[in-house]
Design a protein around this ligand. Sequence first.
Ligand code: PHE
Length: 428
Amino acid sequence: MERWSSRTGFILAAIGSAVGIGNIWRFSSVVGQNGGGAFLIPYFLAVLLFAVPLMLLEMAVGRHLRADVVSCFGRAGERFKIFGWLICLILLVILSYYLVITGWTLAYLVFSLLDLKIAFSLFTSSMQPVACFLISAIVTGAIVCLGVRRGIEKIVSTLIPFAFVILLILVLFSITLPGFHPGMSFFLSPDFSMLARPGVWSAALGQAFFSLSVGMGILITYGAYLDDETDILQSALVITIADLAVAMLAGASIFSLVFTFGLEPTAGSELAFTTLPGGFELMPHGRAFAAAFFALLFSAALTSAISMLEVNVAAIMGETSMSRTKASILLTMTGILIGLPSCLSYSSVDLNLDGSKILDLMDETLGTIGLPVAAFLIAFVFRWFTDNDVLSHEVHITESQLRLLSLLINYAIPVALLIVMVSRFIDL
Ligand code: PHE
């Protein structure tokens, strides 16, 4: 099995997976809808008490068993393999529509480089989204096909530092804008009464797992390529801090722009592809800022997509005798087939079901329910049916810290995830 060439290579790949569209636009809209600054309390708690412990478990299991997700489940018992495949399927579905959005970011990067001003509604009533989706899928497949060192590590070592520099420039610029203070107070002014709502806590847990790419077997897969010397706890903290920092900095600069140029503090794709491009047009050097912003989004999305595909490719390679090249081609094609309906729902075909776009439906159903299901299966099987020494072998912490970690993973995390799952099922 291949290995990362260095600890930095692993950390950059894990940050690449964590930092994605989720940080740049999902975080700010979730914060806005769930009590502003007050939301940070449940969010930090969810990150610290739930996401980081599960991240440690995933990395420990991956490195200890040195295998893909499905084989790791298989080691716990042949009957659990099906759970591994289920997680792969959930990831493949998420990947399929994530690549559609990656394609949009690519299109807007190209538009801003060419100085073309194309409204989002015009873009999505053409067939351009399909072309961009296909390009994004093929690029993702090609990088995974090149392997852990020559493909994934090489690309994250370039794109992640590049993305951080762009973000820093955007932040420094936004601090100088008159909208910075009103933007920050919109983004962060706390509404503590929201904390009484259980939905806010469930949103915090969902966002923490989604943003850190925890609970999907990604860190099991990436952990399997990790050398024995790397400190897992330290790595987990670096990844978490980087992810949180990107989310906060992106939120700060986005709202600063929104308030400086009198835009609507909307959310999601509307914000990224309609509102902000409107703002960039009003700015000095707006074209360069637009290109920088979409380059950041595209890099973040691409490195997350790569991690989702790698989990699947590793599983097929581990469970069959298929080569990396064949597995990458097969899974990229499958991802394209599954993603096509989502992609067509935002194109001139306007594919929809009772007026709801397929992409939104996929995200609201499989995307939303899939994550807690996958995370629950990982916490449950790898704590209750695997050798209990995995954590103590791989994570170097004191006895009492280990006891606390075990309590969280054995009881608190599965119970919290069950509650989230049930409440999401009821909401569907
Ligand atoms: N963490 C990524 C983001 O913030 C999304 C992601 C989710 C990636 C699940 C992999 C697995 O956008």
